[in-house]
Design a protein around this ligand. Structure first.
Ligand code: ADP
Ligand code: GN1
Ligand code: MG
Length: 358
């Protein structure tokens, strides 16, 4: 059995570790330089209440993907995450400090982008996320744990938002009345996707649910998608969650935490590139799903903005922050984008119809 996991934990003082890595908002990620390199992660227990269930999902999904990738002649070590087991053969290590750690093979020769540099990156990311959904289409969905309950249930997100307002734990609610009103004024949209899933008018699929551009690695040589990562939220959901969330981030002209809102707009070129890749990869999309694509970007952006704002009001207890108003700044970019998407809705619907040839 591979002893490297113990070695890493013994020789790597995680709490003081200088080799922190990446820009995820949730887990603590470290790079372990060795031959070969590894990624070590401490799972965020505040966000994921049941880390063993998260790991059971990831183990199941990555083993399933490995077989499919190998059968298609691909390289499973590069095209999906590879968990390094502990000496006891477990997929994670529950340390005496109460924390849960896991180790993945570091995927070389590929990059995770925190900012979109050109629309082609979105085309390739869309193909990778679309392919990911395709490969999981026959995964036994009933074996998946719901790692975060109601993750993209926007109605439930509104309930959480109202609870944050009522408690006002940070006392910051008075600093952001305009933003609070922006969220509350749009509640009528909250049920559209959840209701369509519930009445069966759109299908439940196995989805990734966190399709930020930095959760896919793009090949340094070809620019193509290599591997979809950050599998903590793989759960049954809607194709619209993956599409909408990817363009929430990728369709923006700027960073998620850009302070200068004049630099933030919704970029139809990026939108077109992503949509083209996604529709090419997922010909199984239904008419109703396709009709809701632009709307889903607006809803996922509104939902994420409401989550950032709720966290600001709760006192920054969920997302990692690097300044006092980081979550408020993030929420503002999301709301600027929501407004932009609302204004461009007809144009976006027209582009989808054109790409789909409808
Ligand atoms: P979080 O849930 O905090 O977003 P991620 O799993 O997305 O954590 O990891 C954070 C970052 O670490 C990613 O955006 C990526 O840059 C990098 N990363 C994670 N896993 C790997 C891997 N196996 N190989 C290379 N880079 C990785
Ligand atoms: C978090 O883990 P990361 O950084 O890829 C969050 C997403 C948000 C995103 C906003 C488990 O994603 O839902 O959309 O931040 N993940 C979780 O940047 O809450
Ligand atoms: Mg991530």
């Amino acid at each position: 059995m591979d002893t490297r996991f113990y070695e890493i934990l013994r020789h790597f003082d995680i709490s003081l570790d200088p080799a922190a890595y990446g820009n995820g908002h949730i887990n603590d990620t470290y790079i372990v330089y060795s031959q070969p390199n590894y990624i070590l992660q401490r799972i965020n227990k505040n966000v994921f209440k049941n880390p063993p269930a998260v790991m059971e999902n990831i183990k199941g999904v990555t083993e399933f993907l490995r077989k499919k990738i190998a059968a298609e002649g691909g390289d499973p070590d590069r095209e999906t995450l590879t968990l390094i087991p502990t000496v006891d053969g477990e997929s994670y290590y529950h340390h005496t400090d109460g924390e849960y750690y896991r180790v993945y093979k570091f995927i070389e020769g590929a990059t995770s982008y925190d900012l979109v540099e050109n629309p082609m990156q979105l085309y390739h990311a869309a193909k990778a996320f679309g392919k990911f959904q395709n490969m999981l289409a026959d995964y036994p969905a009933d074996t998946l744990h719901e790692t975060i309950v109601d993750f993209h249930n926007t109605r439930a997100r509104y309930d959480q938002f109202r609870t944050a307002l009522k408690n006002n734990a940070s006392g910051r609610a008075d600093n952001c009345r305009e933003e609070i009103d922006f969220v509350l004024a749009r509640e009528k949209d909250a049920g559209v996707i959840v209701d369509a899933l519930a009445d069966g008018s759109i299908p439940l699929r196995v989805t990734h649910n966190d399709t930020k551009l930095n959760n896919v690695l793009l090949d340094d040589r070809t620019g193509e998608g290599v591997c979809v990562i950050d599998l903590d939220t793989v759960m049954p959901g809607s194709l619209l969650y993956d599409y909408g969330d990817a363009l929430r981030f990728g369709g923006s002209s700027g960073a998620e935490d850009e302070r200068d809102l004049s630099k933030i707009w919704f970029d139809t070129e990026k939108f077109t590139a992503f949509t083209r890749g996604f529709l090419e990869a997922l010909p199984s999309i239904t008419d109703k799903e396709r009709a809701l694509l632009p709307f889903s970007i607006k809803l996922m952006t509104l939902e994420c903005g409401a989550r950032f704002l709720a966290d600001y009001i709760n006192g920054d207890v969920y997302f990692k922050t690097h300044s006092e108003d980081h979550n408020l700044v993030r929420a503002r970019t999301q709301f600027k984008l929501v407004k932009e998407i609302e204004d461009k809705m007809d144009e976006l619907n027209g582009i989808v119809a054109e790409i789909a040839g409808k």
